[in-house]
Design a protein around this ligand. Structure first.
Ligand code: UDP
Length: 383
């Protein structure tokens, strides 16, 4: 039986889950309070320079999930892209994430891989077992010198708290390599959508069973009028933040333009404590197959997210986890709503994981309906 389903949010979660359900014959409304689709991976071509700009900061697609890779390529050709990042520390430029070149340059040495491994192991605080937070994880992995130079201040600026208060999982996002491989990611598939993420998401949403409503803010009460709701807005917003706000970091971008190639790479990190921003992104380098005389750059600064700011990174400190557990328990008691995505599940998700979970959620919905079972509030627990 065809049902009336509402997707709140036209980002990756709402678009992908909506498409699966529309293809299965349901009537899907996708509503977003913004005037564009694609959420925070929205891309827009700058009319002055021609550069495709990652409006809400850099998004690089990388995955080991072959089905997700095939899925995105079905809607938009992905051009091979290799993400490389540099970091300027105390007036010198290094490769990020830390690799053999970083280690040799930083310590003024010329070590081979095994020598560097032994050298770093001698500095690492291996007694920390298991590492309980970001700082302990870093000290155990690389020792204090590399940690202080590349991570301690960057992380404090990015997250607005001491690294010892943050989960170790944040650091696990970055590999440390004892080779000269300077690829930022270590996934099998990596690329950029040729015409940007917004073009890709628009094509995912382009289905006769999908009605797109941009510029529409949906309240939970309006949402409940539908047979089922997939909510990819903030989890606490569903409850009107009645027990408090889950903490996020937001980003400020100071945009500037330049001639030619301003910094020579897509992302330059600035870990030093006395530099107020965290990184500078040069957007033309996200599409190296294009040529532009001018350049668009963002100087990126993180700060606490207020009620009117755009939430980017869920912080998940200890006190947030208690609040989160409370919201999760209440969400699980609700009928007819499923929470999806970075905001809906309050998790630091990469795009490929977001898509995987949206596919799984939509399929779980179809399976639940055909088995006459209730659809759960979460397909992956936020806790
Ligand atoms: N990080 C750091 N120094 C760097 C790059 C990253 O301290 O030069 C830390 C920081 O805490 C950051 C985390 O590693 O939040 C994960 O980095 P990633 O590049 O994955 O962050 P994203 O691009 O998602 O902001």
């Amino acid at each position: 039986m065809s049902e009336d389903i509402l997707m709140v949010g036209a980002g990756l979660s709402g678009a992908v889950a909506g498409r699966v359900l529309a293809e299965a014959g349901h009537r899907v409304t996708v509503a977003d309070s913004r005037q564009h689709v694609a959420g925070n991976c929205h891309t827009q071509r700058c009319t002055e320079t021609g550069v495709l700009v990652h409006v809400y900061g850099p998004h690089i697609f990388h995955t080991d999930d072959a089905e997700v890779w095939d899925y995105v390529n079905r809607f938009e050709p992905f051009i091979p892209y290799r993400h490389q990042v540099r970091a300027t520390v105390d007036g010198r430029v290094y490769a990020m994430p830390i690799n053999l070149l970083t280690i040799n340059q930083f310590f003024g040495r010329a070590m081979r891989p095994d020598e560097a491994r032994a050298f770093v192991a001698a500095q690492a605080e291996t007694g920390i077992e298991p590492p309980r937070n970001f700082e302990e994880q870093a000290l155990r992995m690389m020792g204090p010198a590399l940690y202080e130079a590349f991570f301690a201040s960057y992380t404090a600026k990015q997250w607005g708290c001491a690294p010892a208060e943050l989960p170790a999982a944040i650091l696990k996002r970055l590999p440390m390599r004892f080779s000269y491989d300077d690829n930022y990611f270590f996934h099998r598939f990596q690329g950029m959508p040729r015409d940007g993420y917004t073009a890709m998401v628009a094509r995912i949403l382009d289905h006769p069973g999908i009605t797109l409503e941009l510029g529409r803010t949906v309240t939970p009460d309006q949402a409940r009028a539908h047979d089922h709701v997939f909510w990819s807005g903030p989890l606490d917003a569903w409850f009107g933040h009645d027990r408090g706000w889950l903490g996020y970091r937001t980003l400020d971008f100071e945009r500037f333009t330049a001639q030619g190639d301003w910094q020579g790479c897509a992302v330059m990190n600035w870990p030093d404590a006395d530099v107020p921003f965290t990184r500078i992104t040069e957007h033309k380098h996200f599409a190296p197959w294009e040529e532009h005389e001018k350049s668009v750059l963002y100087r990126e600064t993180a700060r606490a997210c207020g009620p009117d700011d755009i939430p980017y990174y869920p912080i998940r400190l200890a006190q947030e986890k208690a609040l989160l557990a409370d919201y999760v328990a209440r969400a699980q008691g609700q009928d007819g709503v499923t929470f999806l995505g970075r905001l809906g599940t309050y998790r630091y998700l990469d795009m490929d994981v977001t898509i995987r979970e949206a596919l799984d959620a939509a399929r779980a919905f179809l399976a639940a309906r055909s088995a006459g079972q209730p659809m759960p509030a979460f397909v992956v627990s936020p806790l």
